[in-house]
Design a protein around this ligand. Structure first.
Ligand code: MN
Length: 140
């Protein structure tokens, strides 16, 4: 299993390749606000662990294993954003909070949160009932 830091890299590399078609060390460094030398070091580790193939002058490509986990990490991020939104968390807190919790939940918890999101989405009156309760609590 990748560490939280490795997950951040794989997730960003996946997003970059999806959106631009490639992921350069400088782009990864910018996206994660880290020094390019840290990126090079991590990319070498990810290569060694078979998540990607890195060639200094040709860039990097995700292996099937890297792609599979990358997609899973991006989906997880998206699910947690939906979850926080549904439970009424303010928009400005959502991204940072997801970045803070996403690596620290078991896939078991992620799957159950997925059920909950599905439960709410299947019936908007449930979301309205929750919002009503929140307004009442805010009044106290
Ligand atoms: Mn994320």
């Amino acid at each position: 299993m990748p560490t939280p830091s490795m997950e951040d890299y794989i997730e960003q590399i996946f997003i970059l390749i999806e959106s631009k078609g490639y992921a350069r060390v400088s782009d990864i460094a910018e996206a994660l606000s880290v020094h390019p030398s840290s990126v090079t070091k991590m990319v070498q580790k990810l290569d060694k662990d078979d998540y990607l193939v890195y060639e200094k002058y040709r860039g990097l490509v995700l292996t099937p294993k890297g792609k599979k986990i990358g997609k899973r990490l991006v989906d997880r991020h998206h699910l947690l954003e939906q979850f926080l939104k549904i439970i009424g968390v303010d928009e400005e807190n959502i991204y940072k909070d997801v970045e803070g919790i996403e690596h620290h939940l078991s896939w078991n918890s992620i799957d159950r949160i997925g059920d909950l999101v599905q439960y709410f989405q299947a019936n908007p009156s449930r979301v309205q009932a929750l919002n009503k309760l929140q307004l009442e609590n805010d009044d106290e």
